[in-house]
Write a protein that binds this ligand. Structure first.
Ligand code: 13P
Length: 342
């Protein structure tokens, strides 16, 4: 596998105006999303919902890649086309979540380690055959006065790097996702310090494990005040603290930083991304890999009703378009009120 193919895929994912739809909710996580709109979590409903998203006309103008879950990469669209083939036919790159979840870290109360390395080489080969050209592995960290521990930071960095090396060997671009959860009352300075430590460890391990950084993408949290903090930082401050952290700790060889939304409102996630890009140019592309912040309006519009599918597609298209604008710093809150036309 020539490494420049990995570079090409990584760069294509962050090509101008485009980002990623994270549609890789596990069966348990999608249940939470469906519960919020009173839809039963059955395989036909999951298929109908993903079909709605992936067949939205024109959304490929703003969406370069979609992260799938194991069930979805093997599933067909409603017209019988395998989902990865459907995406490829629109010029959208299929991706796959390959971690097997964050589990309690031994002897470290309140902390997690992400599992899924055993058998990963074989799973990656199979996913490549099914069309996946990029993958995702998510580690999670909590912030408190004591957490995260060095132990949690380094064990997760080690696992992320082992995953990334295996991906590159398989011809798959690894998205490395160290997610520092922003639940809690921490200040933005605390979020900044923890984000810096986590990224420093991650890039040390990636380098030690011979990962070609130019063939990876980073999917981090933004640096935010805790969701329950008093006096939460505003949009400009979030952009400043976040950029300060990435300038210190993300090598310029990384082609793109594709943010997770992590429980921010869809409008906040778009405004924060926009504010960072408005301060550009930067050494890396700054784009999105949103799950909730891209899907929330579509879920709300859909409600599991076939007659609402078109409205849901319009809502998803509109959100993707606004995030596309935010990748160039061209989003304005007034655009929220535009009619969502497909
Ligand atoms: P959110 O944008 O909803 O945080 O999801 C992105 C993701 O892929 C989390 O792993």
């Amino acid at each position: 596998m020539a490494h420049n193919e990995l570079h090409d895929i990584a760069r294509a994912i962050v090509s101008d105006g485009k980002g990623i739809l994270a549609a890789d909710e596990s069966t348990g996580t999608i249940k939470k999303r469906f519960d919020s709109i009173g839809v039963e979590n059955t395989e036909p409903n999951r298929q109908a919902y993903r079909d709605l998203l992936f067949t939205t006309p024109g959304v490929e103008e703003y969406i370069s890649g979609v992260i799938l879950f194991d069930e979805t990469i093997r599933q067909n669209a409603l017209d019988g086309t395998p989902f990865p083939k459907l995406l490829e036919s629109k010029g959208v790159i299929p991706g796959i979540k390959v971690d097997q979840g964050a589990k309690p870290l031994a002897l470290a109360e309140g902390e997690t380690i992400t599992e899924g390395l055993d058998g990963l080489r074989e799973r990656l080969a199979e996913y490549y055959g099914l069309g996946a050209r990029f993958a995702k592995w998510r580690a999670t960290y909590s912030i408190s006065d004591e957490l995260p521990s060095e132990y949690c930071i380094w064990t997760n960095a080690h696992a992320l790097a082992r995953y990334a090396a295996l991906c590159q060997e398989a011809g798959i671009v690894p998205i490395v996702e160290p997610e520092i959860l922003q639940e809690g009352t921490h200040t933005i300075e605390q979020s900044y310090h923890v984000s810096c430590k986590v990224l420093a460890a991650l890039y040390t391990e990636l380098s030690d494990q011979r990962v070609d950084i130019a063939g990876t993408l980073l999917k981090p949290n933004m640096v935010l005040s805790g969701y329950d903090a008093a006096n939460r930082a505003g949009v400009d401050e979030v952009a400043e603290w976040s950029l300060k952290c990435y300038y210190k700790h993300v090598p310029a060889a990384v082609p793109g930083i594709v943010f997770l939304s992590g429980g921010q409102s869809d409008e906040d996630a778009t405004a924060h991304l926009n504010a960072m890009n408005a301060k550009g140019p930067h050494p890396w592309k700054l784009s999105f890999s949103y799950g909730r912040a891209l899907q929330a309006p579509a879920l709300k519009a859909w409600q599991g009703k076939p007659e609402q599918v078109e409205a849901a597609k319009r809502a998803y298209y509109h959100r993707a378009k606004l995030n596309g604008a935010a990748t160039s710093g061209l989003y304005a809150p007034e655009m929220e009120r535009e009619t969502a036309n497909v």
